[in-house]
Design a protein around this ligand. Sequence first.
Ligand code: NAD
Ligand code: MG
Length: 376
Amino acid sequence: MNKTISILGATGSIGRQTLDVVEKLDLKVEALTANSDVKRIEEQARKFRPRMVAMANEAAAQDLAARLADTNIRVSGGAAALTEAATMGGTVVTAVVGMVGLKPTLAAIRAGKRIALANKETLVCAGELVMETARKYGAEIIPVDSEHSAIFQCLRGIRDMEEVRRLILTCSGGPFYGKTWEELAPMTSADALKHPNWRMGPKITVDCATLMNKGLEVIEAMRLYRLPLEKVHVVIHRQSIVHSLVEFRDGAVLAQLGAPDMRLPIQYALTYPHRVESPADTLDLLTCPPLTFAEPDRTTFPCLRLAEEAVKTGGTACAILNAANEEAVKLYLRDKIGFYDIPRLVSRALETVPVVQNPTLQDILDADAAARRQVF
Ligand code: NAD
Ligand code: MG
């Protein structure tokens, strides 16, 4: 296990839970980054004493530098600082939200780090490029997303991916499961932020309500495990106990189960291939609710279908999907648009922004920018 770690997005839901695990594992924190939450990162920096803290926001960096003036912790600001932080420590946890995570992730890969990858938007926009760069530089990418960690665990010891018939990603269904289109249309961000099983950042919580999160995860799974869409299925599983499954060609199905607690997949990404005691709750099969499975409703939740269509189109289509979704979710969180405006705006961006096949990094960045301009 690497004894040193950097955390990109330390103040967020995954970042804070990572620090909880880091404390139990007694790892040395080399660098922490955040966007603008100066108060929280100051507390984290005083407790974990990293060599460096990077703030994406320059004004926040100045404020933090003044607050930490009595320490020997270096504070930097801006995108370059984030990238520098990504090249420190043996393991880099990518827990920033959104496509802004792409360049730092690529920097960590080029530095040959173990990447504990939470930032799924990166794999959605540029998954082929990220995975190819990781192979080239020999960087390990270990998923933190609970479904992908479950699959990673079920695939341990497999010799030939041809033996996999399909992956089955489980989906909680989110706070709006079972509602009709008419009931969903007036739902606000306050309603969407009440997730039944997980406490997460606002963007991913809205993505769970629209099922875009599962769409992004289908693409994430395809990139991580180099599988076509036909081999990645989704089932609704309300209890979030079965974190995902792998069906093999002989019909055997392996699943990973556990209480819904992100500290388990986070810790596994840090300790793999070892398992150690965890602060996460243990699963009690005798008291947990009955486990149920159902087909997702792609008509009432069109975002899942849009993601599946984008990955079929290929090229920059997934970057367009992701960027339009990021911008639409920002508007929804500010109550500027309604629930069904999210798939409408994503769909419009996919129809209007030209798709480039076999894209370079610059093509992906251009597609991302063009899609964002379509969302208003
Ligand atoms: P969050 O909103 O709680 O935290 C986001 C972090 O990113 C914060 O530290 C914030 O300072 C930083 N950040 C935001 N904008 C930034 C910018 N422009 N530049 C630099 N840093 C910026 O989000 P989260 O729920 O922790 O999710 C983080 C990532 O992990 C997302 O990609 C999400 O999809 C993924 N993920 C989260 C969970 C979960 O349980 N929260 C589960 C699976 C995957
Ligand atoms: Mg997930």
